[in-house]
Design a protein around this ligand. Structure first.
Ligand code: EPU
Length: 335
């Protein structure tokens, strides 16, 4: 594949399968090249693209799209209890999980089958079935887009929270992640298998990490549409955190309203439940739809425009606000 292209469609590069064009496109395979291209195109707006699994494209882009495609996994340190590995940002996340499973390195088994690249994983602090990326993250190498210097950020610098980090909040656009260091565990593994759906999939009480990953894969495949078949970006909204007072007020009317602990005074509510209650699940709105097995997932039913998906998202937000007085926050990056 040519590294540089002009005026191309980004449809193959976003899991929503939305048609939108970029004026310039460059496939970056190492960090020196990244620095060089940014230096030579100082006046051109640019955008970073990884696996394209957490974006919604709503318009064409008149600038330079940089596809992060640097590869490599290197073991930096290996001890009896832990192992530190450095993974280049362009590696596929799930393939990295499989690599860990084949070497019996624990910590990422619950995060199997999450689409996207390794470099994007810290941005939204990917999480599933009781585990977040932050629990195995050690540090990352970044290119500072203002100084064009390489920096190393430690875990504390990244301010990880629920589907959040500095990379999508106050430092958005400042850093391009070029590699990530993970600290994984050697056996005996510390399993996190209390999440309801996961627990019920596991027959034996002390499964291997490979069995945990297999169960996670089964659950994900049953609820989440395969983007190769039905365009989507996983959960479209974050699960809202509300005050306990608000929750108990709602619970009087909606006696089945589920919740998870969030903090001393707050609870997290599954957005999927709210959307489901309002009857959106499985519905179609032009080319956009709400997935019939998971109400939190918006789908491209064929030729949807990004704007159609966004209109549906706004319709859902308005309905949730009106009925539950909860502001749903969009989780995917709307571009
Ligand atoms: N539910 C419904 N209707 C539905 C689906 C779910 O009522 O159509 C209710 C049920 O009560 C269910 C609860 O929602 O028990 C939670 O559903 P689920 O276990 O599927 O998880 P989620 O809260 O909808 C979150 C993450 C997922 C992650 C799963 C498993 C967010 C925004 N989403 O979804 O992450 O895989 O938990 O840990 O936190 C993603 O971020 O793209 C993503 C898929």
């Amino acid at each position: 594949m040519l590294k540089f292209k002009e005026n191309i469609s980004l449809k193959p590069y976003n899991t929503f399968g939305i048609e939108a064009r970029t004026k310039y496109f460059y496939k970056v395979t190492n960090s020196l090249e990244l620095k060089d291209i940014l230096q030579r195109n100082k006046n051109l707006p640019f955008r970073i693209l990884g696996g394209g699994s957490n974006i919604l494209l709503t318009k064409d882009f008149e600038g330079l799209t940089l596809l992060i495609a640097n590869k490599g996994i290197e073991i930096l340190e290996e001890y009896p209890e832990t192992v530190t590995v450095e993974v280049q940002a362009g590696e596929n996340w799930h393939e990295f999980v499989l690599w860990c499973l084949s070497r019996n390195y624990g910590g990422v088994e619950n995060l199997a089958l999450i689409p996207g690249g390794v470099g994007a994983a810290p941005i939204q602090n990917i999480g599933a079935y009781g585990v977040e990326l932050a629990s195995v993250f050690k540090s990352c190498k970044v290119l500072n887009t203002q100084t064009l210097e390489e920096e190393t950020l430690e875990k504390k610098d990244c301010e990880f929270g629920y589907r959040s980090s500095i990379f999508k909040t106050h430092k958005k656009g400042t850093f391009i992640i070029t590699s990530v260091c993970f600290e994984l565990r050697q056996p005996p593994h510390n399993l996190i298998i209390e999440y309801g759906a996961l627990r019920s999939q596991l027959k034996n009480t002390s499964p291997t990490i490979q069995e945990v990953a297999a169960a996670v894969i089964r659950i994900r495949e049953s609820k989440l549409p395969d983007p190769k078949i039905l365009g989507n970006s996983g959960s479209f909204f974050k699960n809202p955190v509300v005050s306990k007072t608000h929750y108990h007020r709602l619970k009087k009317t909606y006696t089945q309203l589920p919740s998870y602990p969030a903090s001393d005074h707050h609870l997290k509510i599954p957005a999927a439940w709210l959307i489901d209650q309002l009857g959106f699940k499985g519905t179609q709105h032009g080319g956009a739809g709400v997935h019939n097995a998971q109400a939190l997932v918006l789908v491209n039913l064929g030729e949807a425009k990004g704007k159609e998906i966004l209109d549906l998202a706004q319709k859902i937000q308005t309905a949730v606000k009106k009925t539950f007085d909860i502001a749903l926050e969009i989780e995917v990056n709307v571009l």
